[in-house]
Design a protein around this ligand. Sequence first.
Ligand code: SF4
Length: 235
Amino acid sequence: MKFQDFQKNDSKVADVLKREYILETIKTLRCSTSLMTRPAALEIIRLYGKNPFLILVSCILSLRTRDTVSLPASIRLFHLAQTPEQLRAVPVEIVAHVIYPVGFSHQKASQLHALCNQLITHFNGIVPSTKDELLGLTGVGPKTANLVLGNAFDIPALCVDTHVHRISNRLGWVTTTTPEQTERELEKIVPRELWVELNHLLVMWGQNKCFPLVPYCSACPVKQFCLQKNVKKQR
Ligand code: SF4
């Protein structure tokens, strides 16, 4: 049966089939991305270990900025400071200069200072490990909170960024208009133990094959599982 046909079954059968297709797609992506450049979060972990503060800071720097820009900026910043106390001691102008050309570098430098103050004042300088507490921090939205939970604390959480949102919809796994909706829908159909990995796989896929405007569908190994929804142009 083709993926396109699974919805013709009754809802229980359709759910089982959809789950099977999702698992097959994840297996294929795991293989196909094995030689691709790792996402920035994994590179930070490789360099510094599962340090929640560094993962959080690098995620804030990556917002609306490509990994190829935000990752070197994070590394430059971590040469200067690796704790909230150390980072708070670096003047905002210097932080902004060091992280440039990250998008909104001045705004992010100020945010990082506010974040460090919050962590020192309310959390003893330690990044909290609950979603509610993370969401209360300056500059932290659902995507950043989930990335920190999953990557720093090994707590299953679905980090839905632009790649995860776009590709989940193209594949036909969800039909949603916002990342928040995508997160809720994916939580129902993707096994919890795959939530963190799914973000890494779809980020690599989005950066290398399933581009926002013109994806490489002709040579895509998951084409057989993909509904190609909203794909207007492809190569
Ligand atoms: S077939 Fe095209 S739209 Fe579907 S995952 Fe592959 S590149 Fe993306």
